[in-house]
Design a protein around this ligand. Sequence first.
Ligand code: ADE
Length: 434
Amino acid sequence: MLLQKSILGVEAMSASDYKVKDMGLAEAGKLKIYWAEKHMPVLMLLRKKYGEEKPFKGLRVSAVLHVTKETAVLMKAIKDAGAEDVVLAASNPLSTQDDVAAALVEYGIRVYAWRGQSSEEYYWCIRKAAENEPDIILDDGGDFHALIHKEYPKLASKMIGGTEETTTGVIRLRALERDGLLKYPVIAVNNAYTKHLFDNRYGTGQSTFDGILRATNVLIAGKVVVVAGYGWVGRGIAMRARGLGARRVIVTEVDPIRALEAVFDGFEVMPMIEAAKVGDIFVTATGDKAVIRKEHFEVMKDGAILANAGHFNVEIWIPDLEELAVSKRVIRPNVTEYILRDGRSLYLLAEGRLVNLVAAEGHPSEVMDMSFANQFLAVKYLNDNRGRLPPRVLNPPREIDERIARLKLESMGIEIDRLTPEQERYLKSWQLGT
Ligand code: ADE
């Protein structure tokens, strides 16, 4: 089957050049992408500027990202900037928006992604992104970087570089770097201030509750919400739980400084074994495994709701839940009821995967605008500096961060002050004191 050459001037592709659920969904996907474009002014501005200049001319780019309407805007920007071949695979087996995937194929992006992949299918798609022999890769979570290092060492040695979107991925890449095995420079997009301060905090804070509410429609007011982890994601979730009227917001932590910060932010802090006894809704955001496990399930209240906002489905330890349960059933989309031996029910959302992307649409476009402007400019930075960067995990340059912040403020119609020359001199001087 050949895809019809679309009105957008995209070359025809053969059926083996992509794999999505249903091309019939493309029109719905295009409307979603249009909506995202209307809410991503910074990325759209970059798309317009570099769509004219074509800095990525001839570049082969492969991305393993959540296939959402926001990712679509990024992929289109990279292609418009001249990239020769753009391949996209999903960074989670359950997060793909199938209509968006289909629309992207019509825009000439080679998508290998559909919602509900098996583990084999998930890796088959990521291998397709590697087989394209990209110059630059984008990743969310580190699976793509890990696969290339394990299975495509020759490719790793000749690539210009890569980017990484999320905290979990950056932690994995730093481990690879520590072992002396990292083969190419990686820009840790997550470490940009205009990424983690906004996406991780406000993006996840809102979208996690969006997912919990779409899945359950429970009232948050009056509930006891337990948030595991007080990194930027946990901070955002705790803040939004309070805003929605939770009666108590409890934070669990292993880091004493973060725990203290949570206390000073006005949250209760206690060990999970204590929180487990009183929580109505649990949200994990630690990046580690088995944060909620057997000993915790055993003391939970009947009807407790379990959701994960961390990258992998390991935080709520499902093998223990399976072991304790006498039966389970899906009672609503994205809600699985586990009935325990003593008759209590625990409700696991989104199979323990990212609740915001599986049960809702991920972070809102306005916040992904900054995250993906960072991704776009990180690709440009890697390309502009090809051959000059060490094979290390690198923080994004400060200028990129400031440029994005300024553009975002501008798009919101917000002006800020500038230092006077006298103030600049004062800040540069060590002689001037009292
Ligand atoms: N990660 C969290 N939200 C996302 C979104 N809307 N698109 C892509 N990746 C995301």
